[in-house]
Design a protein. Sequence first.
Length: 361
Amino acid sequence: MLLFSTKVPEYRNLNKIFVYKSALKQNLEHFKDILPGKSICPVLKSNAYGHGLIEVAKILDGENADFFLVDSLFEAYKLKKSRIKTPILILGYTSPENLKTRLPFHFTASNKESLETLHRLKLPIHLEIDTGMNRMGFTWKNFEQDLIFIKKMNPKIEGFFTHLACADSSDDAFTNLQIDRFLTALKLFKEAGFNPKYIHVGNSAGAKKTNRPEFNMLRLGISLYKNALRFDATLINLQNLQKGETVGYSATYTAEENQTIGIVSAGYYEGVPISLSNKGFMEINGHICPIVGRVCMNHTMIRLPNSADLKADFKVGSAVTIYSNEDDAKNSVEAQAKLAGTISYELIARLSESTKRQIQE
């Protein structure tokens, strides 16, 4: 009788996401320095912007943040299961049917139904006000009327907040309008007898624009992750193309000369967007190599230099950097996002959770 061990053997991961501990902590400290006295709360939603929910939480758990911010009950439970000690605020919508007992989290109330449910269970509440994003929250237009309902209920409101729609714009007109609307709602709220402990408006882009005495908390999102991630894959095959031959699905690339194509162990499942086909770049041993052909589900093809002197730099097994953690790199997340016609948030948030995250100092 053959017996099989349930222990997973050690093996080499072809794809790795390196998460830089020092960068995360330096970015957090930077915002503590420029916003003294404010509560700086890391946003860990969407798998910590692709960096790894649990990995990032464990790095920052000793930084004394008032909250880790997540989007869902699922993410909150994952953190709790991993014995994260930092309090957790769920910013996203939580279905009332999932709120049947008291839970050890802070929750967002964005409408009357969610507010009633959270109040009934005596859960700590952050009230969301829609000041122009027109997505979620009690609208500023009707807030005076809604306040009659809220005051009658008299829930325990720990936080009062809004989301800025255009904080990253050079034109602050709409941001200032949203802030004015929010301050009007806040004044009404306090006049009704409420005194929330946490008042938050700013995100990463709006940090300096919302540095006002009325606001005491910042939701630190994308700026927390600056230069904190490198995505590497492996060169797994070499193909010699003759002039006129094509490579990949739909034959979207034709060799204009005899050349060597490298096959990389990551595709759109791992987080290389198909929109980088025939546009993006990867790096091997300091050499920038263009993506050629259509990005596949688990493979991407790159064109290697033809110089015979460089052959030794391109061997099967060589590391391939897909996203560099250096700002000025041709394959930085920002540069690749621009080529893909999207934003950096989308590229990193779509990195596959199955890819191993490895913490670097």
